[in-house]
Design a protein around this ligand. Structure first.
Ligand SMILES: Cc1cc2nc3c(=O)[nH]c(=O)nc-3n(C[C@H](O)[C@H](O)[C@H](O)COP(=O)(O)OP(=O)(O)OC[C@H]3O[C@@H](n4cnc5c(N)ncnc54)[C@H](O)[C@@H]3O)c2cc1C
Length: 338
């Protein structure tokens, strides 16, 4: 929304098109603070202030981030993390924003968004086994298509998951009986203090929609191991799974995929539907009429509306069936007033 070059409050106050919420967020940040000065000196960063986050999420919801920082490469990321740590500034990671609900009040501190070199993928074959080392910012969809073209199988399940590789690894994203943990070979990451970390598959623990990475760890690259198959067969499998996805999931309205994890032996969508909540609406947010584990944004929905629908689903399912639903979607940002 606003670049560093316009960096003093007086100038911001004269910009006529700003939304009042963005003005409020700007007032909370001192752009001449030592952190801001330091960030300007780090090569490989693009820093925006008071950047509205709705445009970076599949649900099209989310207030402004104090700092929204695109990071081009690993050196820039390490320098950024050290600066944030020295200044005791909070940060969070945003991948493709397809599994988050960001507060209407936005995010205090820094939102880190990987770009540049983090989008690259290097393919190779070792002992007849296809492998790819892929940056965390690469889109899962792009990787799936590249694999299919090359005749490499193992990622077909991920077609239609609109995330980044980093987000998919962090969430252990999965579908149709498979998940990322099944193809992961190793992970490169960086600690919140800026130290590099390399984890072999055997050092990692995955479970349903969770990679159990230590708090604040940023995934930078992921090594995947696939297997060879005829390209036409891989492509046919991808098409079949896309068809299944289209027939069961809502389309047309922005959403964040499944809002709740499936409880053991059951489906969150089935329970929410059985609780009579399909189609329930608060403001512009609605529990999908197609699939009750999705909440859709009819245009201009507030994060608070979505969260209230989630609380309604959770309390009705608990009351009627004694089942505790656990959110799959990650809540990011400032929820202090809730
Ligand atoms: C239409 C639709 C269909 C979907 N279908 C599926 C599905 O079939 N299966 C499934 O599992 N999910 C599905 N999802 C949910 C979502 O796409 C996945 O969870 C995806 O992997 C999230 O990736 P992302 O890059 O969007 O992460 P984000 O939403 O940006 O972030 C999710 C979490 O990961 C963290 N994160 C992101 N990048 C990194 C990183 N580099 N290092 C550390 N932490 C990071 C974030 O801080 C956040 O906590 C669907 C979503 C939509 C909208």
């Amino acid at each position: 929304m606003t670049s560093w070059s316009g960096g003093v409050m007086g100038e911001f106050a004269e910009v006529p098109t700003l939304h009042w919420l963005e003005m409020f967020a700007m007032a909370a940040v001192n752009y001449d603070a030592p952190l801001a000065v330091e960030l300007k000196l780090i090569a490989g960063l693009t820093v925006k202030s008071a950047e509205p986050l709705a445009r970076y999420t599949s649900m099209k919801i989310g207030g402004p981030a104090d700092y929204f920082i695109d990071v081009e490469n690993e050196a820039a990321l390490a320098n950024l993390l050290r600066a944030l740590s020295r200044h005791r500034e909070n940060f969070c990671l945003l991948g493709n924003g397809s599994n988050v609900l960001i507060s209407d009040r936005g995010v205090r501190g820094a939102v880190i968004h990987l770009a540049g070199e983090f989008k690259q993928a290097q393919w190779r074959e070792e002992d007849d086994t296809p492998r790819v080392d892929v940056g965390a910012a690469c889109a899962v969809a792009q990787l799936v298509r590249q694999a299919a073209r090359k005749g490499y199988s193992g990622l077909e399940f991920a077609e239609g998951i609109p995330g980044s590789v980093g987000g998919a690894l962090f969430m252990n994203a999965g579908a149709f009986g498979s998940e990322f943990e099944k193809v992961v070979d190793q992970v490169e990451a960086i600690t919140p203090g800026g130290e590099p970390l390399r984890l072999a598959r055997a050092q990692m623990t995955f479970s349903y929609r969770d990679s159990h990475l230590p708090e604040g760890t940023i995934v930078t690259r992921v090594g995947l191991r696939l297997h060879k198959q005829e390209s036409a067969e891989v492509t046919a499998k991808v098409r079949e799974l896309v068809g299944k996805r289209k027939s069961s999931q809502p389309s047309g309205f922005p959403n964040s995929g499944s809002m709740f994890r499936n409880p053991p032996g059951d489906y969150a969508g089935r329970l929410i539907e059985a609780a009579g909540l399909k189609g329930e609406r608060i403001g512009q947010a609605q529990i999908s009429e197609r699939h009750a584990n999705f909440i859709v944004n009819h245009g201009g929905a507030k994060a608070d509306d979505v969260r209230r629908l989630m609380e309604l689903a959770r309390s009705e399912v608990r009351k009627q069936f004694g089942v505790e639903l656990v959110a799959e979607v990650r809540l990011l940002g400032d929820w202090s007033a809730n």
